[in-house]
Structure formats: structure tokens, C-alpha cells
Design a protein around this ligand. Structure first.
Ligand SMILES: [Zn+2]
Length: 228
């Protein structure tokens, strides 16, 4: 009886739409980007631009945060709402240029994302470099739900080189493009919720690719704890 009841509760919970917030702002992108999240009737996708992307009690309204913004710094209010969301188990997928957002916020890049695109040199680290258009081939280097059925990718995309990537990040996909850093998909070191960073995703060359879409969908489901 108890097991039956639990199964019923689990089924009811998984039937709830997955609430996904996409954070934008500070960087232009082709509106085709939004098609990446299409085709899922069980997803409720909202777009929230800066400067009010992260309001208090974010976790009550959002299951998965997808960041596709590029702002130099977040306000104290946004940082506090974002941190509370992550400490409360909220899932996070950091996409492409969002790897440069708040690149000097140590908690964010060091503890959560496990990587950052340096917008300028810092100490003995040179700034990171972006190059587009660039063909990026990438393949899974680990067995993980995020890369399930993604296979080898070949995207007309943008290469990032000279990023800082944490030794605590778990790399899931790598490229061999000499203008790019090897890791292009990784799991961030944060343990209080699930975090995936994806370097790929500059424009329509990635947005329209079925393998890229599969990767993004897998990442969203995994950080939400709803992977197959
Ligand atoms: Zn880009």
C-alpha cells in the first residue's frame, strides 16, 4: 500500500510541468535560440532578462535555470537571490556566452560553474579569446545521462580559448579544435544542486542541430533530476 502510494505521488510530481527560466540580457542572439526549447509540452519556459532576472524566492517558481546572459556583474540583490536558489537545490544550465557572466564573482565561477571566460587578463591569467565562425567537432568522453544519445557533434559555432576551468569540474565532452579549450561540456563542482556548463551554442548553426538540442534537453532534465 505504502509503495503504491509513493508511486502515485512520484507519478503526480513528474506530471507537473517542468518550470524553466531562461536568463537573458547583455548579449544579442538570434531569436531562433528559443526553438531549442520547443517540442516539449511538459515544459513551461519563461524568459527573464536582467536587471531583474533573479528575484527573491526564485526556487518557488523555477525548477531549472538556463543562463544565456552576459553581464559583467550582478547586483547584490541578484547574487543573493541566485545563491539562495542554488543552495535550495535549484538546477542550473550555463550556456555559451553566459560563461562570461559575473566572471569576477568567485563563488559563482569557482564553486558553482567550475569555469569562466575571462573578459580581461587577471593576475597571471591572460584574457580568454572567442573566435567565430568556427567548426567545432566534439565528442563525449564520459558515460553520463547528459551526453546520452548525443554522439559526436559537428557544429558551425564559436570557439573559446584560454578559459579557466576548475580541476573539480567533471568533463563530459571535448573538442579537438586547436582554437578552443578541450572541455566543452562539464558538470560544475557545486554539490547542493546539479549544474551543467555547455560552451557550445553561439547561433543558428548550433540551435538547429539535433545533437545540440538533445544535449541541452538532456542537461535540463538531468539538473532537474528527471533524466531517464
Ligand atoms: Zn557566441
Amino acid at each position: 500500500m505504502r509503495a503504491w502510494l509513493w508511486l502515485g505521488v512520484a507519478a503526480a510530481l513528474s506530471a507537473q510541468p517542468l518550470r524553466i527560466q531562461i536568463t537573458t540580457g547583455g548579449h544579442a542572439y538570434d531569436p531562433m535560440f528559443h526553438q531549442v526549447f520547443g517540442g516539449r509540452e511538459d515544459w513551461k519556459v519563461t524568459v527573464s532578462p536582467h536587471p531583474n532576472a533573479y528575484r527573491p524566492d526564485l526556487r518557488k517558481r523555477v525548477d531549472v535555470l538556463v543562463t544565456y546572459d552576459l553581464v559583467e556583474a550582478l547586483s547584490a540583490r541578484e547574487m543573493s537571490a541566485l545563491r539562495a536558489y542554488l543552495e535550495d537545490g535549484g538546477g542550473l544550465v550555463v550556456l555559451h556566452h553566459a560563461l562570461a557572466t559575473a566572471w569576477q564573482w568567485e563563488f559563482w565561477y569557482r564553486e558553482v560553474v567550475g569555469g569562466r571566460f575571462l573578459m580581461a587578463p587577471e593576475g597571471n591569467l591572460a584574457g580568454s579569446v572567442a573566435k567565430a565562425p568556427e567548426i567545432l567537432t566534439a565528442k563525449p568522453v564520459a558515460d553520463h545521462p547528459v551526453v546520452k544519445d548525443v554522439g559526436a557533434l559537428r557544429l558551425d559555432d564559436e570557439a573559446y580559448k584560454g578559459m579557466w576551468i576548475s580541476p573539480r569540474s567533471r568533463v563530459l565532452m571535448e573538442t579537438d579544435n586547436p582554437n578552443a579549450d578541450k572541455p566543452v561540456v562539464w558538470i560544475g563542482p557545486w554539490t547542493r544542486s546539479r549544474v551543467v556548463a555547455i560552451q557550445l551554442g553561439h547561433g543558428p548553426g548550433a540551435y538547429g542541430d539535433p545533437g545540440f538540442r538533445r544535449l541541452v534537453h538532456n542537461a535540463i532534465l538531468w539538473v532537474a533530476g528527471r533524466e531517464n
